[in-house]
Design a binder for this molecule. Structure first.
Ligand code: TRP
Length: 344
């Protein structure tokens, strides 16, 4: 059995432990602010994050701005992307009174943990990380030091608050593994400071973009949370389908049609197969109308709440989140330095 299947088998037990004793867990998870958050983020992790928060699990959400500069230039879009993400979180139901939303770059004490953590991994281990390898290839650039070491930086994101539960997609599992290794090695070397966090794999399979490829801003194949209903309809209308009239679910040979079925499925709770049967010979026009309605219906309340928020709401949530994160990071850094015999 590979490690992914082993991990997946553990999920039901982990989920039942979370619901019977939510106070045992502290969640740390988040996104890179590379663009606007979209439906894939929402159904993949944000929706579940809100459920866990509401179930009483302490939740910290990181907007990983330093992680953006691992593999791209983002000339000046940080502020816009970060504030847009905060509005999305608030509209989705992340409650800044109970949860902490913060940015990497605002927490120097978190970043300082990167130093001792770097000493606990070897160069060979860093080069083996499959996600880093894939990102390097996709970037088409030379490997820079931050891209090579960012999983260690991500370990600092998780461990600064002693997060012990990390809801992530499959691509981030190697980073949770690095985090566990670092926690274990630190504790062995200097005494028990950090928990070994567990990954919580989301139940929703990864949603493809509207054209069947990976969701990406540069492909124009996403539906962002910030779009209105007309913009959503327009995006779906432009999605590529094929010349066969009868709708069937077949992701390999009919990527466009199947992506629409997947999209309608995650928004309606029905299976793609069931939706395909209903649309049948009515063709892709009818499928697009059904998908548009499902998406707009699913996001309606979120978008209404988002429209009622103002920029100051985002600024206030982020300001108090950053203060709270700084406080926690300061305490952990002090404890870490004490364990290492470096408090002067
Ligand atoms: N690597 C994550 C992504 O690209 C973002 C992230 C940064 C993260 N730090 C994290 C996720 C800590 C979970 C925990 O989506």
């Amino acid at each position: 059995m590979d490690s992914f299947s082993a991990l997946s088998e553990r999920m039901p037990a982990l989920r039942s432990s979370i619901s019977s004793d939510p106070s045992r867990y502290r969640i740390l998870t988040g996104e890179r602010p590379t663009g606007q958050l979209h439906l894939g983020h929402y159904v993949g992790t944000i929706r579940e994050r809100v459920r866990l928060q509401d179930a009483g699990v302490e939740t910290l959400v990181i907007i990983a701005d330093y992680q953006v500069i691992t593999d791209r230039d983002t000339a000046g879009a940080f502020r816009e992307n970060v504030y847009s993400a905060v509005l999305d979180y608030l509209a989705a139901g992340i409650d800044p009174g109970r949860s902490t939303i913060f940015t990497h770059s605002a927490i120097p004490e978190l970043n300082q943990l990167f130093l001792p953590f770097l000493s606990l991994v070897t160069e060979a281990e860093l080069h083996r990380n499959p996600t880093v390898k894939a990102e390097l290839l996709a970037s088409g650039r030379a490997l820079n030091g931050l891209l090579l070491t960012y999983p260690v930086h991500q370990a600092a994101d998780i461990l600064f608050c002693k997060g012990n539960l990390v809801p992530v997609g499959k691509d981030n599992l190697p980073h949770v593994e690095v985090t566990r290794t670092i926690a274990r090695r630190f504790n062995e070397k200097y005494g028990e400071v950090f928990p070994e966090p567990e990954a919580l794999i989301t139940e929703t399979p990864e949603l493809p973009g509207l054209d069947g490829r990976t969701m990406s801003k540069s492909y124009g194949n996403t539906i962002t949370l910030a779009m209105n209903e007309d913009e959503t309809a327009q995006r779906i209308r432009k999605a590529p389908t094929d010349s066969e009239r009868t709708i069937t679910y077949d992701p390999d040979s009919r990527p466009g049609v199947s992506a629409l079925l997947d999209t309608a499925s995650v928004c309606s709770g029905r299976t793609p197969q069931d939706i395909a049967d209903e649309v049948g010979s009515q063709g892709s026009g009818a499928l697009k109308a059904l998908t548009t309605e499902a998406v707009n219906e699913h996001l309606r309340e979120l978008r209404q709440r988002r429209a009622a928020l103002v920029a100051a709401d985002a600024a206030e949530a982020l300001c108090s989140g950053n203060d709270a994160a700084r406080q926690i990071a300061g305490e952990t850094l002090e404890e870490t330095r004490a364990a290492m015999g470096m408090l002067y």
